[in-house]
Write a protein that binds this ligand. Structure first.
Ligand code: SME
Length: 158
């Protein structure tokens, strides 16, 4: 597909995702390389939503290890049950954190991050990665994000 992403400037998140999802499908189509696909998904989400940080952590030898991302440099390794990412991994469920300061054990890779959503990625019923999205604004994520981000990570062949 062409390298340009069409940005939907609607204020309605569902509409923004509706424009983005088919473009992500096209970006991934026919490409088996996992790093390339995670990189483009992180870039597409960052470009559409202008979030502070978007990226993947991969489960490697019982730790989460930083994968492709868009945004400032970040923590490299996160243990099981640590921070929002490690908790989403441990609980195998999407976590929406409206205020990171109110989340016990939140790992502040950047002091600018204010709210966060972490979506686990499953393969053969095991969590193999998480998608982490951070905003510098409070309360930026809701069930619409959870639903579409879960759909988007399923498009990647892990
Ligand atoms: N805040 C995350 C750590 C990853 S960074 O935000 C990129 C956490 O608490 O797990």
């Amino acid at each position: 597909m062409a390298e340009d992403l069409t940005i939907n400037t609607s204020t309605d998140k569902a509409e923004q995702y509706a424009t983005l999802v088919p473009q992500v499908e096209a970006l991934l189509y026919g490409e088996p390389d996992l790093v390339a696909n995670m990189a483009n998904v992180a870039a597409a989400l960052k470009e559409q939503f202008k979030w502070f940080w978007v990226g993947f952590y991969l489960v490697k030898e019982n730790e989460l290890v930083l994968g492709p991302f868009q945004g400032p440099v970040a923590c490299t390794r996160i243990g099981l049950g640590k921070g929002v990412c490690g908790t989403a991994w441990q609980q195998a469920k999407t976590l929406i954190v409206p205020d990171v300061d109110a989340f016990p054990g939140h790992i502040a890779c950047s002091s600018l991050s204010r709210s966060e959503i972490v979506v686990p990625v499953f393969k053969d019923n095991e969590v193999v990665a998480v998608l982490d999205v951070d905003s510098e604004l409070l309360d930026q994520f809701n069930e619409t994000d959870a639903q579409y981000l879960e759909q988007i990570v399923k498009l990647i062949n892990f």
